[in-house]
Ligand binder design. Structure first.
Ligand code: AMP
Ligand code: MG
Length: 344
């Protein structure tokens, strides 16, 4: 979630659909929108679908205004411009901050929302890419320390000189908010795709599981495989999503390692997290990408409430045991299933 958001597309269509048994007309409503600097699609089935999708769209735009790092009136802008003074923010902002804070600790600092000035120096916030000098990065990193951000109820305080960005978590949180709206409207079958973050409610209208494609990071127009899920978020962080090639011929991508302020290069090119909570899966996918292969596997072993698919920079593919039976390969790429109790 970086640049000024431009809503270039807003399409809605309603169409009748026959369910698998062929005798009940089922309504499906879809909306394509552009928000949070990315394309999004919402699809809901059932009699309440029309109002559910309308309300979901409004909620997405509300969260965009609240959580954007560039919108002048957003909570995040207020925090970043407060010069160390306390700021009153929405319950949504507090909730996303809490998820980020928890993940900062769980990932030993790999998720670090106060890296924003370093991301800006690389041009990832504007698209005006450059390779900053090492001493520039080192100086900016001195102000990156999530442990200095505090919240007391809805009052947030961030030290002067520090700036935060919730881009690693906001889309997952937004997906959870959309799913809550679906449930309020008694929708039992819905799927949303928020810029590659897929979240599902229930199963498909015919009762079968949703099939979610996993992008091949080495050929982003193709899939390495699909996973079959119900009631799950499937959220990916990858080095192919936003990057530039420097004058030195190297690729520099948008997920930075707080340890040195350079693009995280710890053996992974993509991490897909499958779990119940979108915000947590989103925070995790970014954190695990930074942690790298071995630490990501350790993190999964001690956590126990998510599954993951890792693609390594040398072309390897690892699936955790809880998702292996639901994975269908779409390439010849061999994969290894990581067991929870496996000897290292
Ligand atoms: P995601 O696509 O969910 O992995 O989020 C990537 C976005 O999170 C980037 O575009 C940045 O805005 C931000 N980001 C990059 N590196 C980090 C990091 N180590 N911790 C937290 N946010 C980050
Ligand atoms: Mg993320």
């Amino acid at each position: 979630m970086k640049n000024t958001y431009i809503r270039i597309m807003s399409g809605i269509c309603v169409m009748p659909l026959l369910t698998a048994c062929g005798n009940t007309a089922e309504t499906v409503r879809t909306a394509d929108i552009f928000a949070m600097d990315t394309y999004m699609n919402i699809k809901a089935y059932g009699s309440g679908a029309e109002s559910a999708v309308t309300d979901a769209e409004a909620r997405i735009y509300e969260l965009e205004r609240t959580l954007s790092v560039t919108d002048e009136a957003s909570d995040i802008r207020k925090i970043n411009q407060a010069g160390g003074q306390p700021v009153t923010v929405s319950a949504d902002t507090v909730s996303v901050l809490q998820t980020a804070q928890d993940m900062h600790y769980e990932s030993s600092g790999a998720l670090c929302i106060s890296l924003y000035p370093v991301l800006r120096a690389w041009g990832f916030t504007t698209g005006e890419y450059r390779i900053p000098a090492a001493d520039e990065i080192a100086e900016l990193l001195e102000n990156a320390d999530d442990t200095q951000i505090s919240a007391d109820g809805q009052t947030v305080r961030c030290p002067a000189g520090m700036e935060i960005d919730l881009g690693a978590v906001a889309k997952g949180y937004t997906g959870d908010a959309v799913m809550e709206i679906m449930q309020v409207h008694r929708i039992s079958s819905a799927i949303i795709n928020l810029g590659g973050n897929v979240q599902t409610l229930g199963s498909r209208p015919d009762g079968s599981a949703w099939k979610v494609g996993i992008t091949d990071p080495f050929a982003p127009d193709s899939l390495i495989g699909t996973v079959s899920v119900t009631d799950k978020a499937v959220i990916t962080s990858g080095n192919y999503e936003r990057y530039f090639t420097g004058a030195d011929g190297c690729r520099y991508w948008h997920i930075l390692d707080p340890a040195d302020g350079y693009p995280a290069d710890n053996g992974l090119v993509s991490v897909t997290v499958i779990g119940a909570c979108g915000a947590e899966c989103d925070a995790l996918s970014t954190a695990l990408f930074v942690e790298g292969t071995e630490q990501a596997v350790e993190h999964w072993r001690r956590s126990g409430d998510f599954e993951m698919i890792l693609v390594t920079s040398d072309g390897g593919l690892l699936l955790t045991e809880g998702i292996a039976a639901d994975y269908t390969a779409k390439t010849e790429l061999p994969y290894r299933v990581v067991q929870r109790n496996e000897e290292p």
